[in-house]
Design a protein around this ligand. Structure first.
Ligand SMILES: NC(=O)c1ccc[n+]([C@@H]2O[C@H](COP(=O)([O-])OP(=O)(O)OC[C@H]3O[C@@H](n4cnc5c(N)ncnc54)[C@H](O)[C@@H]3O)[C@@H](O)[C@H]2O)c1
Length: 285
């Protein structure tokens, strides 16, 4: 898809990856972007940046867990712009501490509602809206947590793995509805999200070793991956991993997984390598 002149809708657009993607779309020549989030002040700032980059911005406060709010979000964006071509279901949340299994039932419900039900509502409504205007593209934000188990927070890794399954299951919508559905899988990215693994002001203790070993990605690097998924008409039902670079001056490690066979082969290889590494460590201790 040529982004020039197209209209998009992004959830989780008040900050981080959603804001970076909104700005990248505007810079690539999108005509208008509907910006949705719970955080109205953050949305206004993203709108200012989008307009400065030359696109129209439509601010739509929305809780993605509320099906009525999502239905209203799609109809407001569609009537505001006259059409929609691109939808990025990106809003997400994480459990925070205490971790599994001591976390509250309310937190489990929240993480599943935002990360999975919100993305399923968004995908379902996007297919209906985009196909009314000749088709389009949906990008759902999963995570490298989709590729592994998370003993500290299986609510998060479980919902993000389910998002990949939803994308694989939607591959055929390209032929039946003219809508390509893809997933972006970011590695650890420097946004407010990292602090939400903990108490909201600092990262969770369990994330410490991974943070110490990683060169963080920037939201702009993830947005570049989202634009690749939009622009390449060959991609439907695919995952694009944008993982942490091996060092401070290195580029992100991008992996394209075209279908479930490539996805599960990749996951099996990673899981085997991690199990071997842990067994070697245990032997050395
Ligand atoms: N930052 C990372 O390391 C990382 C890694 C992998 C995947 N991700 C995913 O990227 C996406 C964006 O996260 P980010 O890193 O930009 O973090 P962020 O905290 O900057 O952005 C997330 C946005 O989602 C919004 N949001 C949360 N619940 C919502 C709801 N119910 N309705 C509407 N909006 C809601 C928040 O207000 C926030 O603006 C998330 O889906 C996250 O799971 C992030």
């Amino acid at each position: 898809m040529d982004i020039k002149g197209k209209y998009g809708l992004i959830t989780g657009a008040a900050s981080g990856i959603g804001r970076a993607t909104a700005c990248a779309l505007a810079e690539a020549g999108a005509a208008g972007i509907a910006l949705a989030d719970l955080d109205e002040a953050g949305l206004k700032e993203t709108a200012r940046l989008v307009e400065a980059a030359g696109a129209k911005a439509l601010v739509i406060p929305c809780d993605v867990t509320d099906r009525h709010a999502q239905t209203h979000m799609f109809s407001t964006a569609e009537s505001g712009f006259g059409r929609l071509d691109i939808v990025h279901n990106n809003a997400g949340t994480i459990c925070g501490e205490p971790i599994w299994p001591e976390c509250s039932l309310e937190k489990i419900e929240l993480v599943v509602s935002v990360n999975l039900i919100g993305v399923m509502f968004g995908t379902r409504l996007a297919v209906e809206t985009l196909s009314r205007h000749g088709g389009g593209v949906i990008i759902n934000t999963a995570s490298t947590a989709s590729l592994r188990t998370y003993t500290a927070d299986p609510m998060y890794s479980g919902t993000k793995t389910a998002v990949v399954n939803l994308v694989h299951s939607s591959a055929g919508l390209a032929a039946s509805h003219g809508v390509r559905v893809n997933a972006i899988l970011p590695g650890m990215t420097r946004t407010a999200f990292i602090d939400r693994t903990g108490d909201g002001t600092k990262p969770a203790e369990w994330l410490g070793p991974a943070l110490a070993q990683s060169t963080m990605l920037t939201p702009d690097q993830i947005a570049a991956g989202v634009l690749t998924l939009i622009e390449d008409d060959e991609r439907a039902g695919e995952c694009l991993i944008v993982d942490n670079p091996p060092g401070p001056d290195a580029a992100p490690v991008e992996t394209r997984l075209r279908n479930p066979v490539e996805f599960y082969d990749f996951v099996a290889g990673r899981t085997r390598a991690m199990a071997e590494m842990m067994a070697n460590q245990a032997n050395a201790d």
